[in-house]
Design a protein around this ligand. Structure first.
Ligand SMILES: *[C@@H]1O[C@H](CO)[C@@H](O)[C@H](O)[C@H]1NC(C)=O
Ligand SMILES: *[C@@H]1O[C@H](CO)[C@@H](O)[C@H](O)[C@H]1NC(C)=O
Ligand SMILES: *[C@@H]1O[C@H](CO)[C@@H](O)[C@H](O)[C@H]1NC(C)=O
Ligand SMILES: *[C@@H]1O[C@H](CO)[C@@H](O)[C@H](O)[C@H]1NC(C)=O
Ligand SMILES: *[C@@H]1O[C@H](CO)[C@@H](O)[C@H](O)[C@H]1NC(C)=O
Ligand SMILES: *[C@@H]1O[C@H](CO)[C@@H](O)[C@H](O)[C@H]1NC(C)=O
Ligand SMILES: *[C@@H]1O[C@H](CO)[C@@H](O)[C@H](O)[C@H]1NC(C)=O
Length: 850
C-alpha cells in the first residue's frame, strides 16, 4: 500500500515537476497533499542541513533535481525499514540522515548540490494519511579565492592611462571589488570600489606611485590580493637651484669674493635625473652639488643646471645669475670743489673698483641747511657726492670726512678733505709782454682750497670772462686813471674780495734838477718814479750827448723797479757837464726829466812862497827847500808841487864836459820843470835830490787844491854850499843824471803807447779811474756854506788822475849818487805779474811849465 503510494507520488513528480517549479508555494491539494517551500544557503566544502518537517514522518524520500536538467535522483529515503542513503548522493557531498528526523546534513558540500531538494514525507494519520512535499532550494556558494591584481603597466609615464584587473581563482558573485593604494609613506587609501574587476586609472601622475591591491568580497568572504608596486615615470621637472650662502639681489644671487659657494640642483624626476652644470654655456661640472671654493670676481656669470632623465630622455634646465661682490681698491679719496657759482662746496668722495658700488657718507663741518646726501648705492658711477651749502659767516677752515663701507669689507675706510680760505689778500699785478704788444693784468688769490674764483672787471664793466685771472689788453688801449678791479670769491667766504689796479702815466722825480760837483769826483744823478707804477716801467738815462747810457767805465747804472741812479765817474768839467735826461713810459703814457750836471773846478789855493832853498852838502846833489803859505785858509790846499829846473851849467865847468854839449843846449832850449809831488798839505819843507852837481837850478812851489793848481811862487836858486867839490865826482854825476833822464823818457813813451797791453802799469802811473765812493751831491747853493762836498771829493781815495801816484806820498826817492849809468833802470822796473805784490814805483814826471 505504501509502495503504491510512493509509486504514485513518483509518478506524479515526474509528470508534474515542470509546473511544480513554476508554482512552488502552494500545491493544489489532490487528496491530502501539502507543499512547503524553503531556501537554504550552503558553502562549498562546508556542511548544510536540509530540513524535512519537525516531526519524523512515517515514510519519506529525498530527491534532487539538478537545475537545467530533467534528471531527478533520489538521495535518501525511509520506507519503514530505516533511513537509507543512495550512492548517487555521493556526488553532492557526504550526505547523512539526521537521526530521529527526516532532515539530512550534507558535509563537504559539493557545488553539484546546488539545486532543488524535495522531501516527500507521509504521515499515517487518521482518517487520511497526510502527504507533505518539502521543497528545499539549496544554494551552494563558493568563497573567493586568490584574488590577483594585474596592472597593465607598472611603470607608466605620467599622463598615461593604466588598467588594473583583479583576477579571482574562485568565488561566487555578486562580488564587490575595492581598490587600495599604499603611498610611499605607508598611508593606505581606498581609491575605488565597484563590482567591476577592472578599472582604468587615467592621467597617471607621480602621486600614483606606490603599492596597489584589490580586495574582493562576496557573501562568503573577502580576500585581498598581494601588493603590486607601481612607479610612475616622470620628470625631470624644472630644477630648483639652492645657493649657499643665500643672498638674493635684484639681479640674482650674490656672493662675496673668496667665499665658498655651494650650488645644489634638484629636479623632481623618476628615475632620478642626472645633472650637468654650465657656466656661461660651457660645461663645468657633473653632479647635483657644484661647489666653488674661493670664488673670484671673474666667476660672475650665469650658472645653468641641466637635469636629464635618461629613461625618458627628457631634459630640463634652470639658469641663475651669480654676481661676485668684491671690495673697492684702497680707500676712498676725497675732494672738495666749488659749486653753485662758488657759493657752496661740493664734496666728492670717490672709491672705485668695487662691486657693487660702496656706500659712502660724509661727516664733519657739514651745515644741515640744504645739504643733499647723494644716493650712494644705486649708481654705477663710482663718484659719489654730497653738496653742502654754506650759509654766511662760515669759518675760515672746514674739514670733512667721508666714510665708505662695502659689504665685502668688515671695516669702513675713510678719507678727509679740508677747505680753507687763502690766508692772504688777493694780489693784482700788471705786466707787459716782451714785445710791448699786450698789457696783462693778473690776479691771484692763492693758497686756499679749493682754489678761489677770480675775475676781472674793467672800467667800462668789461670783464675777462668767468674765472679768468688774466685780463689781456692791447698795449696802449688800457684806460687811464680808472680802476681795473679783480674780484675773488671763495666758497667759504660769503663776501667777494677785491684788489684794484689803476693805470697811471708815470711821473718821474729827481732829488736835484741841477747837480754841481767839483771836478774829479763821482756824481750820482737820481731818477725815480713817483709811485710804484704797474706794470714796472723801464727807465732810461740819456747823457749830455743825448746818447742812451749803458753801464760802462764812465757810467754806472744802479737800478731797481722804481729808480735808476746814474753815477758819472771821475767827472771832468768840459766832458761831463751838461743836460742829462731820464725817460720812461708805460702803457698809458710817457714822461722825461732833465738833470743839469755842473762840474766845477776847485777854487784856487792861496799863494805860497819859497822861504829857503839851499844845498845841504858840498856834493851839490841835494837841495833843501822850505816854503810857507801866504794865507792860512783852512782846506785851501791839498798838497804841493815842488818844481825845479836846470838853469845853466855852473861857470867854469863847461870845458870839462865837451861830450855833452848837445845835451846842455837841449836843456837850455827846453827848460823842463821837474816836479816833486807832495800830498801832505801840512808839509812845508822838502829835500830834492839827484841833482847834478855841475848844474845850476831854480826851485819854485805850487800849492795844489785837488786838481786845481795854484800860482807858482817866484823861482829861487839855492845858495852855494860852503865846501869844495871834486870835479871828477861832478863829472860822473852829470853823466849818470843824463842817462837816467833819457831812460825815463823812453819808458814813459813806451808805457803810454802800450797802455792797452799793460793797463796795470798805466793805471799805476796815471791813476786808476775806478772809484767806489759815493759822492754827496752838492747843489750850487751849498757851495759857500758846507765844505763837505769839496772835502769829500778831494778826500777821495782815488788818486788825482794822470798825475797822481798811488801812495807816493813821501818825497821821491832818488838813485844813490854812486849809481852807474846803467843803474837807474832799477826804478822803472815794470810790475811783475804778481798782482798782490805791492809795487813801489819812483818816477819823475816831466811837465812843461806854465
Ligand atoms: C571552484 O571550486 C570548486 C570546488 O572546490 C572546484 O571544484 C573548482 O575547480 C573551482 N574552480 C576554479 C575555477 O578553480
Ligand atoms: C579601460 O580601457 C580599455 C582600453 O582603453 C577599455 O577597453 C575598457 O573598456 C576600459 N574599462 C573601463 C572600465 O573603463
Ligand atoms: C601630488 O600630491 C601632492 C600632495 O597631496 C599634491 O600637492 C600634488 O598636487 C599632487 N600632484 C599631482 C601631479 O597631482
Ligand atoms: C660670463 O657672462 C657674464 C655676463 O653674462 C660676463 O659678465 C662674464 O664676463 C662672462 N664670463 C666669462 C668668463 O666669459
Ligand atoms: C655768479 O656770481 C657772479 C658774482 O656774484 C654773478 O655775477 C654771476 O651772474 C653768477 N653766475 C651765476 C650763473 O649765477
Ligand atoms: C738812488 O736814488 C734813490 C732816490 O732816487 C735813493 O733812494 C737810493 O738810495 C739811491 N740808490 C743808491 C744805491 O744810492
Ligand atoms: C798870487 O800870485 C799871483 C801871480 O804871482 C798874483 O797875480 C796874485 O795876485 C797873487 N794872489 C794874492 C792873493 O796875492
Amino acid at each position: 500500500m505504501v509502495a503504491q503510494l510512493l509509486g504514485l507520488a513518483f509518478l506524479y513528480l515526474t509528470t508534474s515537476l515542470a509546473t511544480f517549479t513554476a508554482n512552488a508555494t502552494k500545491i493544489n491539494q489532490i487528496g491530502q497533499v501539502v507543499y512547503k517551500d524553503s531556501r537554504v544557503y550552503g558553502v562549498v566544502n562546508r556542511a548544510v542541513i536540509l530540513e524535512c518537517g519537525s516531526t519524523l514522518p512515517d515514510h519519506y524520500i529525498w530527491i534532487f533535481k539538478k537545475p537545467g536538467t530533467d534528471r531527478v535522483i533520489a538521495v535518501a529515503y525511509d520506507i519503514g525499514k530505516g533511513p537509507r542513503v543512495t550512492t548517487l548522493s555521493q556526488t553532492l557531498g557526504q550526505l547523512s540522515v539526521i537521526s530521529n528526523s527526516a532532515s539530512v546534513s550534507i558535509e563537504r558540500l559539493n557545488v553539484a548540490a546546488h539545486g532543488l531538494f524535495v522531501c516527500q514525507a507521509t504521515y499515517d494519520k487518521e482518517p487520511e494519511p497526510e502527504l507533505i512535499f518539502y521543497n528545499v532550494h539549496l544554494v551552494v556558494r563558493v568563497p573567493i579565492r586568490n584574488p590577483e591584481l594585474s596592472i597593465s603597466d607598472v611603470s607608466p609615464v605620467e599622463g598615461s592611462t593604466v588598467q588594473m584587473r583583479c583576477n579571482l581563482e574562485n568565488g561566487t558573485g555578486p562580488i564587490v571589488y575595492k581598490w587600495q593604494h599604499e603611498s610611499s609613506v605607508g598611508d593606505i587609501t581606498d581609491f575605488a570600489q565597484g563590482n567591476s574587476s577592472t578599472i582604468n586609472v587615467t592621467n597617471v601622475n607621480r602621486n600614483h606611485t606606490g603599492r596597489y591591491r584589490c580586495v574582493a568580497s562576496n557573501a562568503v568572504n573577502s580576500e585581498s590580493s598581494k601588493w603590486v608596486k607601481l612607479e610612475t615615470i616622470f620628470g625631470p621637472d624644472v630644477p630648483q637651484i639652492q645657493v649657499t650662502p643665500h643672498s638674493v639681489t635684484g639681479r640674482g644671487y650674490s656672493a662675496l669674493e673668496r667665499d665658498t659657494v655651494f650650488l645644489l640642483c634638484q629636479a623632481q624626476s623618476h628615475p632620478p635625473s642626472q645633472y650637468v652644470w654650465f657656466y656661461n654655456k660651457s660645461q663645468v661640472f657633473t653632479g647635483p652639488n657644484y661647489n666653488i671654493t674661493n670664488i673670484l670676481r671673474i666667476h660672475t656669470g650665469e650658472y645653468t643646471c641641466l637635469a636629464h632623465n635618461t629613461y625618458l630622455n627628457t631634459r630640463s634646465r634652470k639658469t641663475i645669475s651669480l654676481t661676485v661682490y668684491y671690495p673697492p681698491d684702497g680707500s676712498p679719496s676725497c675732494s672738495a670743489e666749488p659749486a653753485l657759482n662758488h657759493t657752496s662746496l661740493r664734496l666728492f668722495c670717490s672709491w672705485s673698483g668695487g662691486f657693487p658700488s660702496p656706500s659712502v657718507h660724509w661727516t664733519g663741518d657739514l651745515i644741515d641747511a640744504g645739504h643733499e646726501q647723494a644716493n650712494t648705492r644705486q649708481q654705477a658711477n663710482p663718484l659719489t657726492s654730497a653738496v653742502i651749502l654754506l650759509p654766511s659767516g662760515g669759518r675760515t677752515s672746514s674739514s670733512f670726512t667721508c666714510t665708505g663701507s662695502h659689504l665685502a669689507l668688515r671695516q669702513t675706510a675713510e678719507c678727509r678733505t679740508r677747505s680753507y680760505i687763502p690766508p692772504a689778500e688777493p694780489v693784482c699785478v700788471a705786466y707787459v709782454t716782451n714785445n710791448k704788444q699786450y698789457l696783462m693784468l693778473t690776479c691771484s688769490w692763492d693758497g686756499g682750497a679749493p682754489k678761489a674764483l677770480v675775475w676781472w672787471e674793467g672800467p667800462g664793466g668789461n670783464g675777462a670772462g668767468e674765472n679768468s685771472n688774466i685780463l689781456i689788453l692791447r698795449y696802449g688801449t688800457a684806460t687811464r686813471g680808472k680802476p681795473y678791479t679783480c674780484h675773488a670769491k671763495h666758497p667759504l667766504l660769503n663776501q667777494t674780495k677785491t684788489c684794484r689796479l689803476t693805470l697811471e702815466a708815470p711821473v718821474l722825480l729827481t732829488q736835484r734838477r741841477i747837480v754841481s760837483v767839483y771836478e774829479g769826483s763821482d756824481v750820482q744823478l737820481t731818477c725815480n718814479l713817483r709811485d710804484n707804477y704797474l706794470p714796472a716801467n723801464e727807465i732810461t738815462w740819456f747823457n749830455n750827448q743825448g746818447l742812451s747810457v749803458q753801464d760802462t767805465f764812465k757810467y754806472r747804472l744802479l737800478r731797481t723797479s722804481t729808480w735808476v741812479n746814474l753815477t758819472v765817474r771821475d767827472t771832468e768839467q768840459v766832458q761831463d757837464s751838461g743836460e742829462y735826461r731820464c725817460t720812461t713810459s708805460n702803457a698809458v703814457g710817457g714822461t722825461e726829466i732833465n738833470v743839469t750836471l755842473v762840474v766845477k773846478r776847485h777854487p784856487m789855493p792861496p799863494n805860497a812862497t819859497v822861504v829857503r832853498v839851499a844845498y845841504n852838502s858840498r856834493y851839490r846833489n841835494e837841495v833843501d827847500v822850505e816854503w810857507k803859505m801866504e794865507s792860512e785858509e783852512e782846506g785851501g790846499w791839498t798838497g804841493f808841487w815842488l818844481e825845479h829846473r836846470w838853469v845853466s851849467e855852473r861857470p867854469g865847468r863847461r870845458g870839462s864836459s865837451n861830450g855833452s854839449k848837445e845835451q846842455m843846449e837841449e836843456r837850455i832850449t827846453y827848460p823842463v820843470w821837474y816836479r816833486d809831488i807832495i800830498q801832505d798839505p801840512r808839509v812845508m819843507s822838502h829835500t830834492v835830490g839827484n841833482l847834478t852837481w855841475t848844474g845850476t837850478y831854480e826851485f819854485r812851489i805850487r800849492p795844489v787844491n785837488h786838481r786845481t793848481i795854484g800860482h807858482p811862487s817866484a823861482a829861487k836858486t839855492p845858495a852855494e854850499p860852503r865846501f869844495n867839490i871834486y870835479p871828477a865826482v861832478v863829472g860822473a854825476a852829470i853823466g849818470g843824471m843824463l842817462f837816467a833822464a833819457i831812460l825815463t823818457m823812453l819808458l814813459l813813451v813806451y808805457i803810454i803807447r802800450n797802455r792797452n797791453n799793460n793797463p796795470r802799469l798805466h793805471d799805476l802811473l796815471f791813476g786808476s779811474q775806478h772809484s767806489q765812493s759815493r759822492e754827496n751831491i752838492n747843489l750850487p747853493e751849498d757851495d759857500g756854506g758846507s765844505e763837505g762836498g769839496i772835502e769829500e771829493i778831494g778826500g777821495s781815495s782815488s788818486p788825482a788822475p794822470a798825475l797822481a801816484l798811488p801812495r807816493a806820498a813821501s818825497p821821491l826817492t832818488t838813485s844813490p849818487p854812486s849809481a852807474t849809468p846803467s843803474a837807474p833802470t832799477t826804478s822803472q822796473a815794470p810790475p811783475t805779474g804778481d798782482d798782490d805784490e805791492p809795487v813801489s814805483v819812483t818816477i819823475t814826471v816831466k811837465a812843461t811849465g806854465p
